[in-house]
Design a protein around this ligand. Structure first.
Ligand code: ADP
Ligand code: MG
Length: 681
């Protein structure tokens, strides 16, 4: 239900269109039942009274006779009543009551017949008198009229569908935008835990399904039940008792829909899951296409993909089966209900009776045209009900999908913004990690133990310092610097900027001060210059050029015919790893941050360029705080580093300057030995 109210809120802005669409639906439904009613005169014309005038005349005579007969009977009863003494014995009194009841019934019948007579004479004088008397002409006229009604009905249906479709598409666009917005609000961990493929599936497959379902629903869901209701109203008017028998079957039909709907919802969810696994296979294969080719593993990927596809087929077939079953099942039940009504009705017609087992079912014995009309109207109810069973499936399916999308939109970020944010000045004193313990979150389905990546980490970095962080792979260096822009929050302990706990500061205040060059270079499919400008969108071309020069981007773009305007390709794949890293560095430099964080920014850059980049960093780090994770302490770097922090297994094992550490710290010695050996090789 909550899903529906949320969808309702999304639809609300388009309520005018929706109301208009529903109005067209009402028109279409009314025309539908009207069209069916038009079969009545046709059955008359092929009956014993050949012309409509004849039929209406006959009916009028029959009706007046019936009135006459009842009036005579009423007069007789009046007489009888007068003969029964008012305060007689008991037996007499009950006789009196009986007579009065009889009279009441007769008077009601007289009323009914009188109104029928009035209707008949109105139709006779206003309509039938103006119609052609020739049988065939009349028939042709009727058909022309039916065609006209069909056209009008089609037009109304078209308008309804187009309007409903436009509402559905608009709602889905809103939903897609909201989903994107909520995705962008999340922290990197939550996003990566779910996996890109799951998000992609929801953005494409789920949303598209929802759009289709809503278009269909908006068009038919209003019209089909309305058609049924219009025909039902006509049925009730003609014979409410028999119609009630028919209606008794409706709860059973409802139960059937409900049961199918539950199964459908489950199947719909599984289909989406299965589709997201297909996306995952695709994404993984395309992203690692070089590994796939180099290790000649295409066969394995093909098999895996085939398996997922087969799985999807099975899930989709479940949906198809339930969907295919619901139509015939509804039809069968409907036919059962119809026969429960048509059999007694046929009995009344064929035996010229008004009662069955003493139960009065009709005021006068129904005629064949009555029966035919009844049949047509019943079909008029059942056809939309059968169709509706399909739409009901669509509704269930789209509710399942909408539920999923809303749940995705409600995913909470692991990074909670503070209730009351504290003012965060520009970094001027220190950054302090105080007893920080951190462990990566895991997916709910993941049961493996997670180790502590940072364990009681303590470190203070003074503003204006340039600090190198070194340590073996997996010691937690990248994790450490990712705490600063609050990609993650520590499980225990805190991080302070000038004494302000990061958890109490506005996210934007923190991130504004920081430029981060992450370990994996992240480029957009755009030109080099735009990728650099991403660091500060309002930067002038000159500023971008300056940043590009400092990061030694110009060193390689000068040789390119398009220079800085060279496109980098998807994920920057058209450039070499070292070139990509230099662009990422230029982006950070352009941002002109107070806190510069570089996570192995030159790991893929050649040794000569690395020296040059370190040289230009020497100027750039002046007046700002810099944290540099590196495996390569070049002489230039050692010149301007204030301090080196050695990290191992999530803790600081030593801090100091190069000679000190070489003399005292074993971990550092090992790292340094490895580096010098590499340089010598
Ligand atoms: P490094 O010092 O090499 O930069 P990291 O901080 O990247 O080390 O990683 C430290 C440890 O955290 C590693 O053992 C790694 O297995 C684990 N780790 C890193 N990123 C994640 C992640 N997104 N989810 C789970 N574990 C991670
Ligand atoms: Mg790292």
């Amino acid at each position: 239900m909550k899903t529906w109210s949320r969808l309702g809120l999304l639809v609300w802005p388009y309520r005018r269109k929706l109301i208009l669409s529903a109005s067209f639906g009402v028109i279409a439904a009314l025309l539908w039942s009207f069209e069916l009613l038009l079969t009545f005169p046709i059955t008359i014309m092929f009956g014993e009274h050949h012309t409509l005038a004849d039929y209406s005349h006959h009916e009028m005579v029959k009706t007046s006779n019936a009135i006459e007969f009842r009036n005579t009977r009423l007069a007789q009863l009046d007489e009888q009543l007068r003969l029964i003494p008012e305060n007689g014995e008991r037996r007499r009194a009950s006789e009196r009551v009986e007579v009065i009841e009889d009279q009441q019934r007769l008077r009601m019948e007289v009323d009914v017949y009188t109104s029928k007579l009035w209707t008949l004479s109105w139709v006779e004088s206003k309509i039938i008198r103006n119609l052609p008397t020739d049988q065939f002409q009349m028939f042709a006229l009727l058909f022309a009229f039916i065609l006209l009604v069909t056209f009008a009905k089609g037009l109304a249906g078209y308008c309804q569908d187009v309007l409903a479709g436009s509402v559905a598409e608009s709602v889905v666009i809103d939903l897609r935008q909201r989903l994107f917005r909520s995705a962008l609000r999340l922290d990197p961990q939550t996003l990566s835990l779910e996996g890109t493929s799951v998000w992609l599936t929801d953005f494409t497959y789920s949303l598209q399904n929802l759009a289709n379902a809503m278009t269909e629903m908006g068009g038919r869901v209003v019209r089909e039940p309305l058609k049924a209701v219009a025909c039902l109203a006509a049925l009730l008017y003609f014979n409410w008792k028999l119609t009630l028998v028919f209606l008794l079957f409706m709860p059973v039909l409802g139960g059937l829909f409900h049961w199918l709907g539950l199964r459908l919802k489950r199947a719909a969810n599984r289909t989406v899951d299965s589709m997201s696994r297909i996306y995952k296979r695709l994404e993984e294969t395309f992203n690692n296409v070089k590994a796939v080719i180099a290790f000649d593993r295409a066969g394995r990927h093909r098999r895996e993909f085939h398996r997922e596809n087969k799985n999807f087929y099975q899930q989709a077939m479940k949906l198809v089966q339930i969907d295919a079953m619901s139509g015939p099942a509804a039809e069968l039940l409907g036919m059962l209900a119809a026969s429960a009504v048509l059999l007694p009705a046929a009995f009344l017609v064929l035996r010229s009776q008004t009662t069955i087992w003493g139960i009065p079912l009709a005021p006068s014995p129904p005629t064949f045209p009555d029966l035919a009309l009844f049949y047509v109207l019943l079909a008029g109810v059942l056809e939309p009900v059968r169709k509706f069973s399909k739409f009901y499936n669509t509704i269930r399916q789209s509710t399942a999908i909408a539920e999923r999308l809303f749940a995705r939109m409600d995913t909470a970020s692991l990074i909670a913004p503070p209730a009351v944010s504290q003012f965060m000045p520009v970094l001027s004193q220190s950054i302090e990690f105080r007893d920080v313990t951190f462990q990566y979150a895991k997916h709910v389905n993941d049961v493996t133990e997670r180790a502590f990546v940072l364990n009681g980490f303590d470190l203070t970095i003074n503003a204006g310092e340039t600090v190198a962080v070194v340590g073996p792979n997996g010691s937690g260096k990248s994790t450490l610097v990712n705490l600063l822009p609050r990609f993650y929050d520590p499980d225990r302990g805190d991080v302070f900027f000038d004494g302000v706990n990061l958890k109490d500061a506005k996210l934007r205040d923190i991130r504004e001060q920081i430029a981060l060059v992450p370990q994996e270079t992240l480029l957009f499919d755009d030109t080099i210059i735009e990728n650099i400008r991403y660091g500060r969108p309002d930067a002038s071309d000159d500023e971008v050029h300056d940043a590009a020069r400092r990061a030694h981007v110009l060193a390689f773009t000068d040789a390119m015919s398009l220079g800085l305007l060279t496109p980098v390709g998807e994920h920057g794949k058209q450039l070499s790893g070292g070139q990509r890293q230099r662009i990422a560095l230029a982006r950070a430099i352009l941002r002109n941050p107070h806190l510069l964080i570089l996570d192995e920014p030159t790991s893929a850059v050649d040794a000569q360029s690395e020296q040059l980049i370190h040289a230009s960093l020497r100027d750039f780090v002046k007046g700002r705080t810099t944290i540099l994770i590196t495996h390569c302490l070049t002489p230039t770097l050692l010149e301007f580093l204030n301090r080196i922090v050695v990290v191992d297994r999530g803790r600081v094992v030593a801090t100091g300057c190069h000679p000190e550490l070489l003399a005292t710290c074993q971990v550092y010695q090992r790292l340094w030995d490895a580096q010098t050996q590499r340089a010598a090789a």
